[in-house]
Design a protein around this ligand. Structure first.
Ligand code: THU
Length: 130
């Protein structure tokens, strides 16, 4: 299954009764395994979580800490860019050159990378550590 098909599939399980905006994300770990996540909203709005965060949690829970490819899909007029927090979360586990495909249910796609999504990212080196 392609990464974007995996994202499309998991999007069906999104829990978005407040925004009605369902998002699916899929990541490929270094092992080749695919991890999926969808947005999970909450009546206390800030407690909701993004699809990307769910997919990252699934990857880490499975014992992997490096992602090599990302796909995100939503039913939006244009491919939806990950929020600022998700960009930082993706950057934690993906190198600058990791490809990110943003897609719409309608079939539009935008190709970018973890580095392009978060230039000037905060890294461990900024704390004077390796
Ligand atoms: N959302 C995601 O899951 N990922 C994104 O990249 C953008 C936004 C979710 C959060 C919230 O449940 C809904 O979309 C509307 O913001």
């Amino acid at each position: 299954m392609s990464l974007i098909d995996a994202a499309r599939e998991v999007r069906e399980n999104a829990y978005a009764p407040y925004s009605h905006f369902r998002v699916g994300a899929a990541l490929r770990g270094r092992s080749g395994r695919i991890y999926k996540g969808c947005n999970v909203e909450n009546v206390a709005y800030p407690e909701g979580t993004c699809a990307e965060a769910g997919a990252i949690a699934a990857m880490v829970a499975a014992g992997e800490t490096e992602l090599i490819e990302v796909a995100v899909i939503a039913d939006s007029p244009a491919p939806v860019p990950p929020c600022g927090g998700c960009r930082q979360k993706l950057a934690e586990f993906g190198r600058h050159d990791v490809p990110v495909t943003l897609a719409t249910v309608g079939g539009a796609t935008l190709q970018t990378s973890v580095g392009e999504l978060l230039p000037g990212r905060f890294e461990a080196s900024h704390m004077g550590r390796a």
